[in-house]
Design a protein. Structure first.
Length: 47
């Protein structure tokens, strides 16, 4: 019983880390696109 519980916890933690990594990647991508668009906007609008 104890071994099974620990295995389940390990699996859950693994899944969570994968999800967190994917979320961080998505957030980074969104941030990058926002920065690129804002910088492009500023560059095009400054005479």
């Amino acid at each position: 019983m104890f071994g099974l519980k620990q295995m389940r916890k390990k699996i859950e933690n693994g899944i969570q880390t994968v999800f967190n990594r994917k979320r961080i990647e998505m957030e980074r991508r969104i941030l990058k696109s926002i920065i690129i668009t804002t910088s492009g906007f500023i560059f095009t609008w400054t005479p």
